[in-house]
Design a protein around this ligand. Sequence first.
Ligand code: SAH
Length: 377
Amino acid sequence: MELAVTDNTTTQASLENLMGHDRQALEEYFSSIGEKPFRATQVLKWVHQQGVYDFSDMTNLSKSLRTNLASEVSFTLPEIINDQVSDDGTRKWLLRLEDGNSIETVFIPETGRGTLCVSSQVGCALNCSFCATARQGFNRNLTSAEIIGQLRLANQLLVSVENDRPVTNVVMMGMGEPLMNYDNVVRAMQLMQEDFAYGLSKRRVTLSTSGLLPEMQRLSKDCAVSLAVSLHAADDELRNELVPINRKYPIRELMKACRDYTKGLPHQKITFEYVMLDSVNDSDADARKLAKMVANVPCKINLIPFNPFESSGYRSSSLSRINRFRDILMQKGIMTVTRKTRGEEIDAACGQLAGKFQDKTRRSARLQQVQFTGDVV
Ligand code: SAH
């Protein structure tokens, strides 16, 4: 189902966009203009909790401060250019960024919670063989404003009388490899956890990585959110093929990094993601190898049925194969769940997010958008 598109953006290109400033950065900003640091928490609440971006409406700031702020800075969000809802309630937004690139964000409603799948890059550099985002290559990192902007927009669009905090969980599992955009992702995740902004606990923010070891180590110190690791194979030979970053950070080292991540975080379990590819990685022997491989890591396993996209060259394993694979892992004492595929018919499922980015020629940029949305935006 197509919904009407709302344009709630105020483009104020010449003003510095503070949307991605976490509390510390905002406090520093206010100090730099001779204001008390507590202004930061006031403004955080207006913007991230109330959805008020216009300084003239921030009534607990003095008139002169409001005028000064309006002439220097802004809180600007990406623009929504497409909004789709699938039969199961999954909702996908295509967002246009200031430079004309676009990204996708997905909201997955479940009983008692609502999960937002957030993108961290335009495209992706990692080239995993079964992922649609990889096909478009890497364009650029998202700013922290563009990352947190996805959560702000979702909360704004989903808010209702019954539910004033519709997004209860965030997964950094959209387009891109979040740990390749470390600083901006961490800043945005700080804002997600900030009491004066979204107040999500570490447990409710999950970062998914294909396994960048140095950054995993940094993350455990800077912002130890829940960690999901994209495994997809039970030996190096196959993982080199499916997840090429494995050549740099092979399985043995990855397992050690996962163990280290959970140390000092007694309740932290790594979620290993394993995409089920027919006749590629789904045999009984693969399941047994996988069980052995993760035996020393506090973990659970998420089996993800492969979500198809054009000319991917892969098929999903059958349901009976997935169940058999799960049973073997469970028999070995490893908690395993099969991830429900959501939003398939609007291409909102794992690995199907494509967005679009612009090349330098206007004509082809226009064409790309026409092809994606079916109408000129
Ligand atoms: N770069 C990060 C996060 C992005 S993808 C990572 O690799 O973890 C989020 C999850 O979706 C990853 O586990 C990814 O491997 C998986 N995925 C990618 N393409 C898929 C597809 N076509 N079908 C099912 N899962 C896919």
